[in-house]
Design a protein around this ligand. Structure first.
Ligand SMILES: [Zn+2]
Ligand SMILES: [Zn+2]
Length: 312
């Protein structure tokens, strides 16, 4: 499944974050295998490659299943409580609810303390170790490089095992452009069946920011293929029909819907970058034949109205 949708933040947005942003994501349901994780990661990677976004690092971690996380949470609690006097108030709260999130804190002091914290990889159960190694092998086989990063925890309780982030080296501290992981228990937790899943979400505005910072081109906006310029009301009706038929054939066609003069229409067609322009007057309508002007070469061809689609 994929989605492309606006997302709204309820709490006060931190700096560099938006109240409303747009997110693209995919979700893969039904496989417990690490190969599914690898495939999902490769989809994100191909997308970045396609856009020319190269200054990216894939950070990868496993935060274990609920079984191995019990031991790890306890170890984190014990470790961080030694620094109760230095941790920020948010972290002190996190320590009770979800100690993993302390690893994610952006406050300097907390970050410093987190450096000495026990590593999740030392607490993974046999099954989680196996899954992690399998994913590493799959990524290596696909030539996708990654950084083992035990500090990626993704801040959401539903993740199981794999978590990952694509981090840009082109923008500052808000460098994560894509984040995801595996969430085998989420379906069940919200009342569904037990269905394993893995996926990612990608912030479009963040991605655009990275592309701008890397001076990447966004390409030309697609322009229309053919513009029919009718002269007079009778021909306007005919033009509407021609355009409708061309569109049904998948051709991007347009005509006058503002009842502009021919001169104004030609100016408009030129500005919009249409590939072909056709003037439709009484004579053309009568004969069923029009002169097609190619805007790039200025070449003119006479052809039957019903053959216009053959231009494409
Ligand atoms: Zn486990
Ligand atoms: Zn903190």
């Amino acid at each position: 499944m994929f989605y492309l949708t606006p997302v709204f933040r309820y709490e006060k947005p931190q700096s560099g974050r938006l109240r409303e942003h747009h997110q693209f994501g995919i979700e893969y349901y039904g496989s417990f295998s690490a190969y599914a994780d690898a495939e999902v990661i490769s989809v994100a990677k191909s997308l970045f490659d396609e856009l020319g976004v190269t200054q990216l690092e894939l950070h990868l971690n496993s935060i274990g299943c609920p079984e191995c996380r019990k031991g790890y949470s306890a170890a984190l609690k014990e470790y961080f409580h030694r620094f109760d006097d230095r941790l920020c108030p948010t972290c002190l709260e996190r320590l009770e609810k979800n100690p993993l999130r302390v690893l994610d804190c952006k406050v300097e002091d907390c970050k410093e303390i987190a450096k000495g914290a026990p590593l999740v990889t030392d607490y993974l159960c046999e099954h989680c170790v196996e899954h992690r190694e399998k994913l590493h092998k799959a990524l290596q086989s696909m030539g996708i490089s990654y950084v083992d990063d035990p500090y990626i925890v993704r801040g959401l309780d539903y993740y199981t095992g794999t978590v990952f982030e694509f981090v840009s080296t082109a923008i500052g501290s808000q460098g994560t452009v894509c984040g995801g992981g595996r969430y085998n228990n989420l379906c069940q937790e919200i009342g569904g069946k037990e269905i394993p899943a893995v996926g990612f979400g990608m912030g479009i505005e963040r991605l655009i920011m990275v592309m701008e910072n890397s001076a990447l081109s966004f390409g030309e906006a697609p322009s229309g293929q053919i513009y029919i310029a009718p002269i007079g009301e009778q021909q306007n009706l005919l033009a509407l029909r021609i355009v409708d038929e061309l569109r049904k054939k998948g051709i991007s066609a347009s005509t006058d819907i503002m009842e502009k003069s021919l001169k104004a229409q030609m100016k408009y067609a030129d500005k919009c970058g249409f590939r072909y322009v056709v003037v439709l007057g009484d004579e053309e309508a009568e004969k069923g034949e029009v002169t097609v002007k190619c805007m790039a070469t200025k070449e003119q061809t006479v052809m039957k109205i019903e053959d216009l689609y053959k231009l494409f």
